[in-house]
Design a protein around this ligand. Structure first.
Ligand code: BDR
Ligand code: CA
Length: 312
């Protein structure tokens, strides 16, 4: 079977970093055409640099990295240094990247690559959706070239940045609105599923046993990011949000999901960025998304362990 062509849009970020490891470990399954970066967890100057450091760590300096939008469409940028640290990758020290940042803007890379491709391309989005929204506005014809957008974002029940909203969609709710109304096949990994993917000490022991630079980096990132998530949310370990997107592309049978109509709140300050999911079909709107609901967390950590073991 041919590898699925994907573009990863991200804001690394500890869990973005681990998602990149997972995506880059299985080139026979995922053909990563490029990594586009956006402002989110930390400013763009750091997310684009972090993406390059991470590619070099896993010896994938041939994957092109692009910088995209430095701020959300309308709202001021809100970052998450309290979760990911000042660098975005606190807990590890990586050398300055040697691989260049591509000169093309991420939005233009997305448009050009999608329009030029003879195969449909999947977008894996791990951060605020600013780049994807701008690309959709600038060149609506890219919709037909997208196989699917698989996004980490939203909360069907409890948010993590406000009671209503999840961080990625809260940071750029207007971009999220553009994306969910674009008519592109969409799968959503909300907090309700990613909070099931908890990195407990038992699940991490197999990664610890690999004892390589990439396993050490994974554990270093999780030590830092885990401390915050455990203290704040009372988890037994940090939830690996963004890697759920990649796991879904690699092994969809790890998940159960349902189709539903989803809309994004962009007006009320109180519930800004909320993913309003019509599970009860009260709107009579046709479903526009596939909402992941459960994950086989042990199977997910086995997949992640196999991925990390590829980089020795
Ligand atoms: C999401 O927000 C970011 O902090 C994480 O990288 C993830 O994409 C979780 O709410
Ligand atoms: Ca992220």
């Amino acid at each position: 079977m041919l590898a699925k062509p994907i573009i990863i849009d991200c804001d690394p970020g500890a869990d973005d970093a681990i998602a990149l490891f997972l995506a880059l470990a299985f080139p026979e399954q995922l053909n990563v055409l490029g990594i586009t970066t956006v402002a989110g967890n930390v400013p763009l100057s750091l997310t684009q640099k972090n993406a390059r450091c991470l590619c070099e760590l896993v010896s994938k300096a041939d994957v092109p990295v692009y910088a995209g939008c430095p701020r959300p469409l309308l709202r001021p940028l809100m970052t998450a240094e309290e979760v990911h640290g000042k660098t975005g990758l606190d807990g590890i020290h990586l050398p300055e990247p040697q691989m260049p940042l591509q000169t093309q803007h991420a939005v233009d890379f997305l448009i050009e690559t999608l329009l030029r491709s003879t195969d449909k391309i999947t977008l894996a989005t791990l951060g605020p959706l600013t780049n994807i929204a701008i690309a959709l506005i600038k060149e609506p014809a890219i919709c037909q070239q997208m196989q699917e957008i698989v996004m980490m974002g939203g909360a069907v029940t409890q948010g993590n940045i406000t009671p209503s909203a999840e961080f990625n969609l809260y940071v750029d709710p207007h971009a999220a609105h553009v994306v969910v109304t674009a008519g592109v096949p969409l799968t959503i990994m909300s907090l309700d599923v990613t909070h099931q993917a908890i990195a407990t000490p038992e699940r991490l022991s197999a990664i610890r046993a690999i004892n390589s630079p990439v396993s050490a980096a994974t554990l270093g990132l999780l030590d830092h990011y885990g401390a915050y998530e455990m203290q704040r949310h009372g988890f037994l370990g940090p939830p690996l949000h963004d890697p759920c997107v990649i796991a879904y592309l690699l092994q969809p049978d790890l998940f159960t999901s349902r189709r539903a109509y989803v809309a994004i709140e962009t007006t009320s300050e109180l519930t800004m960025g909320r993913t309003v999911v019509d599970r009860g079909h009260v709107t009579n709107q046709p479903p526009n998304a596939n909402i992941a609901e459960t994950i086989d967390a042990d199977g997910f950590y086995q997949l992640l362990t196999r991925a990390i073991a590829k980089f020795t």
